[in-house]
Write a protein of this length. Sequence first.
Length: 448
Amino acid sequence: MNNTKMEDLVSLTKRRGFIYPGSDVYGGLSGTWDYGPLGVVLKRKIMQMWWSHFVEQREDMFGVDAAILMNQKVWQASGHVDTFVDPLCEDTINKRRYRTDHLLKDNGVNPDGMTMSQMDEAILSNGIKSPDGNPLSKSRTFNMMFTTHVGATHDEESISYLRPETAQGIFTNYRNVVDNFYPDLPFGIAQQGKAFRNEISPRDFIFRSREFEQMEIEYFVHPEHWQEAFDELLNATHQFLESLGLPKDYIHELDVPETDRAHYSKKTIDIEFDFPIGREELMGIAYRTDFDLSNIQRVSGKSMDYTIKGTNEKFVPHVIEPSFGVERLVMAVLASSYREDQVNGEQRIFLALPENLAPNRFAVSPLLKNKPELVTKAREVYSLLKQKYGNVVWDDNGNIGKRYRRQDEVGTPSCVVIDFDTLSDDTVTVRDRDTTEQKRVSIAELVA
Ligand code: ATP
């Protein structure tokens, strides 16, 4: 169980420069968020760790970075134009719109596996009203893709979409990668990048946004060997989540029942996480059969066949797709590192971020900022640490207690303080974020 309160997390991330509401100065834009100086570092570290784990450290992965705008045929062939929809109902008085499945869930009715008309029946039979207490309309489908036009003419031909997932940019490059690199099966193609969904009701901080970032892999396999690839990628996923320091007991596998899976998916496991908003989907891993490549083959007329080397065996490979949302990982990391305790009788908030994710590895300060000899020495130590670690910050604002509190709140694992003893014996005080213990350490040892 995660006891962190959402409002505490939103407040800390705003006041300490992690995450700001998008377009805040103009009153905001619902479902958009901006990363501040510390948030961007945390997010990039998570993305870099993913890339290292799933691409760089493996022999069977290729990376791509495809364009966000794609030919509209991509989304026709993938089924998104027709079926990437959510059920929407309307408050019949004030015309506010809601996702029907969310209203059911909020009122204690599980919508999993229900058709749209079953959801409407459940709304009626449970007497569910809009959050403003008004009757609700019947549901209709709402396509979540953002539409735009490419070029100077606005007609059917010029329609394009902001991609709702990164996966299609991988599938459309499958042929290129096979022709250029002749990989043996199984192999994967990975991509990180922005995705856009016009969510009916974006909510729960960055959990459900309209613009977010995904990290996806399409792993191509022989149809007979999908299960072992699925198991291996699920295992690699758990290892990755562990490397982010996420508590094991917050992570749960949900074997998605057939009624809730896409029709082409033979197996889907959602990894759920105990967020402050409850247990919700963190990421998913799905066996998508040959659905996507076969659609591309049918619509483009180009062969997506793979030929096993040295044989005549040809087939459209099947696919296992691990799909991660960066925002949900950022939220999981922040929520599980948020702590409150008492230090010297005073309330303290800190982020127990693992060293490899903390935006600042060290903060360096002179004990007194009006003593030039301390400042000069502290600058020397700061430069040495900065050269070695990069993410080292200079902090001489306010008294030392205030600096510790500030660095605690942004999760800096160690604060280094240069005092008068440093001038004579080249040792510094290193104060630990989690225990608040202070140790005397030689500069040589610190930068070794
Ligand atoms: P949900 O059921 O929560 O809407 P989904 O099943 O539609 O999610 P997928 O299409 O499987 O999500 O997308 C893969 C991943 O992308 C999700 O597991 C999640 O981490 C992330 N994701 C999807 N939609 C959003 C969103 N609106 N905001 C932030 N992350 C998202």
